[in-house]
Design a protein around this ligand. Structure first.
Ligand code: FAD
Length: 543
């Protein structure tokens, strides 16, 4: 990534020049009438996940969790707290006994996409967890798919690299599009339709969004130097309570950060993109990682796809690198490789790459990560989806949480997982999102009581929605809670627009970087673009 690319046009969600009048005329949507979109999703064949290291886990029945799923923190705390000490404990770095063309460190979305683009070099993908997918994982109970994290992507442009890849791996045909006109929210427990089309009780929200995006689009430069709040104060102080409340929840839920932190350019480019609608898969983005995983197993063979393989050291050499991996507990192996794609986040990369230049280390140290909690509530009976992703608004400004005054609210938004399957999946699962938009939340989430405490917050708040959902407490069959400890990089203004961001991801010898944190933007799009850039860097250097 060149530093000149690192400016405010970089919204990772595609930024289309358009006005609200043309919101419903995205080229893809033009091709498909709303009825066709619905029937496409309803008739989409249900996908079945076969083997255990898959990103999507097939559950045999409905049961609640008593502890968080998601991160597998236990072995990693010891490993990465003091990597060199841990290596010594395992007997030191052994001599290289395996050679590879490319080793990809991390089998999350970025690592899998890099693997897809580098298939012809037969890369080896090493993932420390017991499954591929990173935080883009999902589960399926009977025929109901739901996500443990990421839920949707922006609609990729026809024939873009992303569109071609999604089509090639066979996942595109399962997509359902939610247009801006379909967007609903909960307002004081009741579903409010047409949130973005000006037909709801407060047409000002629509008018303001239109006006605001117009101002943004007319001068989309330098916006990443400002936070969203600074931008609003300067350009749009007349914002309504409902729109501002929505923005706050959106920032917490999508960026894991507050409006006083998030870069305005990135934030509004996401808003502008979502006015075209979003693309949703059964199981959210885990269906993408699932299809990528299967595509790679077919192309590379199972032995090039290794889970439970934590990389402890990457030592760049002259035209090669040595990768030290713990292939069984306390048993190390060294692999000599021509190239490394570092698809693990920078907070791991900085601990395991040997000889990082001081300026790059400083840039890596600047990136902060936030925690996220996701709760999947499975019902005993099916209820029709009220929409896809509904933010839960009250027409009042929520208290911005901080480490001193932690987040006690149950959730910011809820996804009807079955919406993507045209309500055909069973049982019906509701996915609730709760981000922790402040530093230091994670240590409290590791407390043994945190699981039940947050589940109880959720269930208490959910009662306010029973009448509208047409359910009672006895309809709840299971609550499954997932915790992602350092899952999203904070898209801080200033850093997002500074050349430092590119410094954090510059190649070191034959080690290149591919992760959402290359752009500090927590999205499919940043993973996809970082992986494409990393793969291109390698393929170009071969010529
Ligand atoms: C709750 C939640 C909701 C989200 N919602 C959305 C959404 O709706 N849409 C969207 O586009 N994005 C969403 N995101 C952002 C999401 O993080 C990205 O879309 C994407 O999944 C990031 O993928 P990644 O591969 O860059 O990082 P990760 O998923 O973090 O993958 C990194 C991988 O590296 C592995 N690893 C780390 N260290 C090592 C090591 N030493 N050795 C081997 N392997 C290692 C990890 O185990 C992991 O599998 C959401 C994120 C969260 C947490």
């Amino acid at each position: 990534m060149k530093s000149s690319e690192n400016d405010n046009k970089l919204g990772r969600r595609q930024f289309y020049k358009l006005t609200m009048g043309s919101l419903l005329t995205h080229p893809l949507l033009k091709l498909m009438s709303p009825a066709l979109l619905t029937s496409m999703a309803s008739s989409a064949p249900l996908y079945r996940a076969p083997v255990p290291q898959d990103p999507i886990t097939k559950l045999t029945g409905i049961a609640s969790t008593s502890e968080f799923t998601g991160d597998e923190p236990d072995p990693n705390h010891e490993r990465f707290w003091n990597v060199d000490g841990y290596i010594q404990k395992c007997g030191g770095i052994p001599a290289a006994t395996e050679s590879q063309n490319v080793v990809i460190v991390g089998g999350g979305l970025s690592g899998l996409i890099a693997g897809y683009h580098l298939k012809k070099l037969k890369p080896l993908i090493l993932e420390q967890a017991s499954q591929f997918g990173g935080n883009s994982k999902g589960e399926v109970i009977n025929s109901s798919y739901y996500s443990l994290g990421p839920a949707y992507i922006s609609i990729p442009e026809q024939n873009s690299a992303s569109h071609r890849m999604l089509n090639d791996i066979g996942v595109l045909k399962y997509a359902r599009m939610e247009s801006a006109a379909d967007k609903k929210v909960f307002l004081n427990g009741k579903v409010l339709s047409n949130f973005w089309t000006g037909q709801h009780e407060d047409p000002k929200v629509f008018a303001q969004m239109k006006q605001l995006l117009k101002i943004f689009e007319s001068n989309a430069s330098n916006f990443n130097q400002m936070t969203v709040n600074q931008w609003i104060q300067r350009n749009f102080p007349q914002i309504t309570t409902t729109l501002y409340e929505y923005f706050q929840y959106y920032a917490w839920s999508s960026f894991g950060a507050t409006l006083d932190e998030v870069a305005a350019g990135e934030f509004f480019s996401w808003q502008a993109s979502e006015q075209h609608g979003v693309m949703v898969f059964p199981g959210g983005n885990s269906l993408i990682t699932q299809f990528l995983y299967q595509n790679l197993v077919a192309a590379l063979g199972g032995t090039q796809m290794r889970t439970k393989s934590a990389v402890l050291k990457v030592i760049p050499g002259n035209g090669y690198a040595d990768v030290v991996v713990e292939e069984q507990l306390n048993k190390l192996k060294t692999i000599r490789t021509k190239y490394v794609v570092m698809a693990a986040p920078k907070f791991v990369a900085k601990k395991i790459i040997h000889g990082i230049p001081a300026s790059q280390m400083q840039a890596m140290n600047t990136i902060e990560y936030r925690s996220f909690m996701v709760a999947n509530v499975s019902l005993r009976r099916n209820i029709p989806s009220k929409g896809f992703d509904l933010y839960c608004l009250k027409k009042e400004l929520p208290k911005v949480p901080s480490s001193a005054a932690p987040f006690s609210k149950g959730f910011t938004d809820v996804i009807f997982s079955n919406w993507a399957q045209g309500d055909k999946g069973s049982p019906c699962t509701l996915t609730f999102y709760k981000a922790f938009p402040y530093q230091g939340a994670r240590q409290f989430l590791l407390n043994p009581f945190a699981h039940n405490k947050h589940r109880d917050f959720l269930l208490a708040e959910l009662q306010n929605y029973y009448p509208e959902l047409g359910i009672t407490a006895s309809d709840i069959a299971a609550v499954r809670m997932t915790l992602w400890g350092h899952s999203v990089p904070v898209c801080r203004a200033q850093f997002a627009s500074s050349p430092q961001l590119a410094v954090a991801s510059q190649p070191i010898g034959t080690v290149v970087f591919a992760n959402q944190d290359n752009f500090i933007s927590p999205s499919y799009e940043s993973s996809e673009q970082s992986a494409l850039i990393a793969a291109t860097q390698i393929l170009k250097s071969l010529k």
